[in-house]
Structures are given as C-alpha cells and as structure tokens.
Write a protein of this length. Structure first.
Length: 424
C-alpha cells in the first residue's frame, strides 16, 4: 500500500486506485453492518495502548506504545484478539472495555461504556457479552467481540422497569429476569422471565414463568432459577413477613414443566437468601447456590442438578456477595472465600471438584474481595479480579493463576480490570 502515495507509472496508479476502491467499499460495508446493529459507542482512533503495568487500581493510567497489541483488526475495526482478556477499566471517571494480553499485560481500549456494569455473561461460543448496568433500569448492553459493536437492548416497551439478572439461552438469545416495578429489591418478588433477542432486540415472555437469577448450562439443555414470594405476616400485627424461596430446574425441551428442587421459608428482616444465584456446570450435571445472611457470611452449596442434593457445603465469611465460575471441561468450580468474619484482610481462591470431592485453595491474596472469575477456553488459566475493602469493582486489580496448583508463584499481575472474560 506504500505505492499509493507516489505511483511510478499510470498502470501502477490504476492498479493502486483499484485496491483503494476495494478497501473503501469493504470499510463502508463494515461500517454499515455496525450501524445496523445499533452500536452505542466505540473507541475512537483505534487502540489506546497501556504499558505493561496497566492502569493503577486508583484509576490512573500509563499510556505508551505496545510491541504486541492485545487486539486484532477487521477492516480497520479494533476487536479483541483470540485468548485475550476482556475487562472493565475505569479511568478518569469513565468505564471502558479493554483487551488485555495475558502473556505480556499489554492492553488496548475497545469501547467506552455509557454505564457502570454490575455483571457480565458470556454467550455459548464466547462471541457476545451481555452486561447488566448497576443502575436499576429496563436495559442490558450486548458487546460483539467480532465487530466491536456495543448495543443497548431494552424491555421498556414491554412494561419492564428493572432488569435484575440475565443469562444466555443460546448464542444469540438472552434469558432475562425483569419486573414492572422500579428500583432494585433484596427480594425480587415480581420478577418474570423474558427471552431477549440480542441481535434484533425482540422480546417475549419465556413460558409465562415467574422467577429470577436464571442459569442455563452452556450445553443448553438445563435451566435453573429461583422464585421468591411473600409468605404473609409471621404473627398477627407484626411488621415482619415470611419470604418463600424456591429453587427450580427445567429441561429445555418442548412440553416440559419446572421441577421444584428445594424450598425454604425465613423472615424478611435478616437479608437471608437460601438458593442465591444458582450456577450450572458446563453440561448441567451440577449447580452451585449460596446461602447468605446479613451481608457477612455465605455458605456455598454444590448440588446435583437432578435432585438438588448437596454434594458439598463450603462455609466462608463474605461481604454479601458470591462469585463462582465453572470450568469449560470437566466439572470444576472456582470460587472465593474470606475464612474469618473478623478478618477482612484475608481472601483465598478455591477450586472444588464434585466428581472427586476434592477442594483446593490458594494462599492468602492481597485484597479482600474477588469481583470476577473466568476460565480460559482450555482451562489452563484462571483469571480473577480483586479490590480492596472500600474500593469500587471497576478499579479492581487483574490477575491470572494456574488453576491446577493455585500457587501464587504462578500468579501474574495484568494491571487493572474487573469482570474478566476470555475472548474466543
């Protein structure tokens, strides 16, 4: 392409003009496709590359040249390179998606986020990421790793005011829990399940089911979800009420009906959850749930999906949040713990195998809370993000570790980043 600026002959000029025309047409086609999908925003001017240390957890950044950028280009569009980590970074008060090379920590900005993300879910095959904003609204955002397009998908037209949770039903369809009342609530009694087409934005009720916190096995055959309901006053005249919580599984086949796995009842004034945030293994053989109490503790329970029977209970102190991630191959679940309720400076990574009933853990980590966990496609690496006791999620530190040993000598500092996901 260097000859385009100064051709040596008329024939060369003609051939160069033809090449330029082909490239221009390709770029126009790519831009038209991105516009049709409704991109919200994209990183301007190509990748912005951070130094090996990455932005500091306080929000500052060191900008410099990268010898090996963590991105590829598709007709001039910056996209995450295969195997890179896609994370949220906050710099100068603004959240963006970044691609981080796990080999050398080089980072490139992908797209600016017009919201602060609370969670992320990756589609089967890994191409699309769905982000749930921290703000209580009716919309989710979908990022396409192949086009760098970020689109907003709203359920407002269907009367939904708040989306509380989501998961992927297929590679293009989301299963979303939303309600027609404003504000987030600890007990989302009014949640209903919706199918949302990430490509078109079309939405419809999912089998007319009420429930929240859906999880679909990536193999796509099993759904687990929770339903919460008001159980009435505990005693006559008392302001305290019962909460009824039910854990369901559903085979994703025509004509099937939900199967009740477990039910629990508890007072509504203790911030208790019995089957919080179910998460299914790759093929749906196992699921994790967590029991929380008053924002200070959690008990992880690894269950057999067929019966709901508990395979292992893992007790830990926790600041009101459970983070788990199932491996892509086999049945290994990564989670984290804070061993003592009176020690907010100790955190460990855990990996549990229900097939062998083997639980392994790392030495103590440098920060108090894990804000995200992700396995690489071949399960050879586990990414995690950490924050301090009073820090925000989107200024967390980003690390990878060898999951076979969980040895901190294998841990690699990749700078800043939260909600890590490996690009396909």
């Amino acid at each position: 392409m260097h000859g385009l600026g100064g051709p040596k002959s008329g024939g060369t000029a003609l051939r160069a003009a033809g090449v330029a025309l082909v490239v221009a047409v390709a770029l126009l086609i790519s831009a038209a496709a991105a516009a049709a999908s409704g991109p919200v925003t994209a990183g301007a001017g190509g990748p912005v590359t951070a130094g090996a240390g990455g932005p500091a957890a306080t929000g500052g950044a060191t900008i410099g040249a990268a010898s090996t950028p963590a991105t590829a280009t598709n007709f001039g569009v910056v996209v995450p390179a295969p195997g890179s980590l896609i994370v949220v970074r906050r710099i100068s008060g603004q959240d963006s998606l970044w691609s981080v090379d796990p080999a050398n920590a080089m980072a490139s900005q992908l797209v600016t986020l017009p919201f602060r993300p609370a969670s992320v879910s990756q589609s089967p095959g890994g191409r699309r990421l769905a982000y749930l904003p921290m703000s209580a609204g009716p919309a989710v955002y979908v990022y396409d790793t192949k086009t760098n397009a970020l689109v907003k998908r709203s359920l407002a037209a269907h009367g939904v005011k708040v989306v509380d949770s989501l998961t992927w039903l297929t590679s293009t369809k989301l299963l979303v829990a939303g309600k027609a009342t404003a504000g987030r609530a600890f007990y989302p009694f009014a949640d209903r399940l919706w199918v949302l087409n990430a490509a078109t934005g079309a939405a419809s009720r999912f089998r007319n089911l009420a429930g929240t916190e859906p999880s679909v096995a990536p193999a796509g055959t099993i759904l687990a979800y929770v339903r919460l309901s008001d159980g009435g006053r505990i005693t006559s005249g008392s302001p305290m009420r019962w909460v009824i919580e039910r854990l369901y599984r559903l085979k994703l086949a025509a004509g099937t009906t939900p199967h009740l796995l477990r039910t629990a009842r508890y007072p509504n004034d203790l911030d208790i959850r019995r089957f919080h945030d179910p998460s299914l293994s790759q093929r749906g053989s196992y699921l994790t749930t967590s029991t929380t109490g008053s924002d200070i503790s959690v008990s992880y329970m690894v269950r057999a999906t067929a019966t709901g029977a508990v395979r292992r209970t893992i007790n830990t102190a926790l600041l009101g949040r459970a983070v788990t991630a199932w491996s892509n191959h086999g049945n290994h679940v990564a989670l984290w713990s804070m061993p003592l309720a009176d020690n907010t400076n100790t955190t460990r990574l855990l990996i549990y195998s229900p097939a062998t009933d083997l639980l392994s853990h790392s030495a103590t980590l440098s920060k108090v809370a894990v804000t995200g966990l992700a396995w690489s496609s071949n399960d050879a690496s586990l990414a995690y993000s950490l924050r301090g006791f009073t820090s925000l999620d989107d200024v967390a530190e980003l690390w990878t570790i060898d999951p076979t040993t969980l040895s901190l000598t294998s841990a690699k500092d990749l700078g800043a980043g939260s909600l890590p996901v490996f690009a396909p």
